[in-house]
Design a protein around this ligand. Structure first.
Ligand code: KG4
Ligand code: ZN
Length: 357
């Protein structure tokens, strides 16, 4: 089975060809970083236009690299949401057009499901496929959730953010100090030479029951800390110390919330073994290290996709499409792109400013 996947939900235009035997034949990602840089964040209108300008080229490149012709495809999938609707529309309409011309099924993939199932494509350290169920920490620019992944399309949400996503907090922290965009990698880099205990940062919800997250207080404290510094440009060491203190506090919160989630997960599935982390923030080596240590102490195995597949890409969309296609779960051409699309539709609604799905 050969599937073409398309991803256009944020600031990466991506196309990939993947097989049901877990082979990535091509994985093309074109980042729009340069277009959004002057604004310090993603501008939806600019993103949609950039997707439109480049999607044909990226798809052609993915097909050429894979050595696959359109008539050889078994299905085509595109991110159908959640995300910036202008971009999602571009990907979905393009995929539908190819599906119609080639007379193959179209699958509108949930972007979060892409992140959630990537480890089943990439496998554990030995390359072996990770079986359901597993505990998933999904940390990206728009989402911060703990879920039990019971199967493709079967998710139990244990917790979510009640305000900002962690990636968003990383990005805002970077923006406040003028570190550049995207912020996560810049904060991580500065934190390497910083003092993680110099500034006293809050650990919202730490020590409380449940698995929800909150990062807006931490973000506010970063702003207050910057304002408390002497007037003038922020010194490099101060920037590094703020980044390290922020990252340390965010890590503490993640570990605390994961501890609670592990308890819930193991009481439901005592013989299960995996904690998986996915989404853009999973590229952060300090956070990965702490999660690995947590797994060791709790007797769990740890898995994360390789760095390039943590941030947005189309291989994960193609793979999530394959998992659905195998179950006969395809969409028709009347599929409507969805700006919001929770993975677990039964999860209680959380009211908060930053909820994206
Ligand atoms: O999954 P992703 O590519 O897009 C979304 O679906 O949101 O995640 C992007 C987010 C951004 O907020 C970015 O700053 C963050 O992931 N990120 C990181 C790192 N690399 C990317 N955050 C912390 N440390 C990193 N190394
Ligand atoms: Zn993403």
């Amino acid at each position: 089975m050969i599937i073409l996947g398309i991803e256009t939900s944020c600031d990466e235009t991506a196309a990939a060809v993947v097989t049901d035997e877990r082979k990535i034949l091509s994985n093309e990602v074109l980042s729009q970083i340069e277009e959004h840089k002057p604004y310090g964040g993603v501008v939806p209108e600019i993103a949609a236009r950039a997707h439109l300008n480049t999607i044909d080229t990226i798809i052609s490149r993915a097909m050429k690299t894979a050595g696959v012709e359109f008539f050889q495809l078994d299905a085509i999938c595109a991110t159908g949401g959640p995300g910036l609707i202008g971009g999602v529309l571009v990907g979905v309409m393009t995929a539908k057009a190819i599906a119609a011309v080639c007379d193959i099924p179209f699958i509108g993939v949930n972007h979060l499901e892409g992140h959630a199932l990537t480890v089943r494509l990439t496998g554990d350290e030995a390359g072996k496929q990770i079986e359901f169920p597993y505990l998933l920490l999904l940390v990206s620019g728009g989402h911060c959730q703990l879920l039990i992944v019971e199967g493709s399309g079967c998710y139990k949400r244990l917790g979510t953010t009640i305000d900002d996503a962690l990636g968003e907090a990383f990005d805002k922290t970077a923006k406040m100090m003028g570190l550049g965009y995207p912020g996560g990698p810049m904060v991580e880099q500065h934190a390497l030479t910083g003092d993680p205990v110099r500034f006293d940062m809050p650990r919202p919800l730490k020590g409380r029951s449940g698995c929800d997250f909150s990062f807006s207080g931490l973000k506010t404290k970063v702003r207050q800390t910057i304002e408390s510094l002497p007037d003038g440009p922020i010194k490099e060491q101060d920037k590094s110390d703020i980044c390290a203190s922020f990252q340390n506090a965010a890590g503490d919160v993640l570990i605390d919330r994961c501890e609670n989630a592990i308890d819930t997960f193991l009481s439901a599935y005592p013989n299960s073994t995996y904690l998986v982390v996915s989404g853009g923030v999973a590229a952060n080596q300090s956070i990965l290290g702490r999660l690995k240590t947590l797994c060791k102490t709790r007797g769990l195995s740890f898995a994360a996709p390789p760095l390039a597949l943590c941030t947005d890409n189309a291989a994960m969309i193609a793979w999530a499409g394959i998992e659905r296609f195998k179950k006969g779960d395809v969409d028709d051409l009347a599929f409507r792109p969805r700006p919001r699309w929770p993975l677990d539709p039964d999860a209680p609604k959380v009211t908060g400013a930053g909820i994206k799905a």
